[in-house]
Design a protein around this ligand. Sequence first.
Ligand code: HEC
Ligand code: HEC
Length: 167
Amino acid sequence: MFGRLCVHASALFALALAPLPSFAGSSRFAADHPAWRAECGSCHTAYPPALMSAPAWRQVIGALDRHYGTDASLDAGTGAAIAAFLERNAGVGRKAAQPYATGVLRRTGGTPSLPRITESAWFTREHDEVPAATIARPDVRGFANCGACHTAADRGDFSERALRVPR
Ligand code: HEC
Ligand code: HEC
């Protein structure tokens, strides 16, 4: 019995040492669409669709004229094409930012806010070691500016190899 346990343990150990292809995609995002890249990448990084759930993307697309303090309106055709792309490639797992809850808005009596990738539980945990002083730097100005640290963000590559946190 102990012998078998041992075999299992060493097999697991070997697995842990081997490169894990199933994880390789977790920091690289391949989904691409020309209109999305051009329109949603013109003011900031074209944020990977997989980092938001489909209902959250619907809230973002449904309020482009009130877009985080700016107007990002699109003509109806382009908007619909981008919405379809975002929903098709939206995230489903724990990494995906969720839509805002209307109950919270009612309680706070606040203006409708939009969901943020940078406020999701996954994002906060993944970035909790970045010092506040780094975020405040004039060449960073907030977590929404992914490219300040992820030098290949525009190609959907958020791997550690392309990470350079300014200091
Ligand atoms: C006219 C400029 C402009 C365009 C075009 C634009 N955005 Fe934005 N977007 C902003 C600004 C400004 C913010 C707020 C950034 C900040 O908080 O630092 C923002 C924030 C966001 C955020 C939240 C980022 C976070 O903190 O998690 C998402 C998601 C987003 N935009 C998606 C989109 C999508 C999708 C499109 C294309 C349909 C788009 N944006 C087009 C200006 C723009
Ligand atoms: C101030 C620098 C900074 C900014 C801005 C930033 N990140 Fe990061 N990011 C980091 C650091 C540091 C890590 C952690 C790397 C580690 O410990 O593996 C990280 C990790 C990640 C990972 C996980 C990578 C992996 O290897 O698993 C993803 C995905 C990611 N960031 C996406 C984003 C997105 C999307 C944005 C913009 C909305 C963003 N980051 C903005 C510094 C930053």
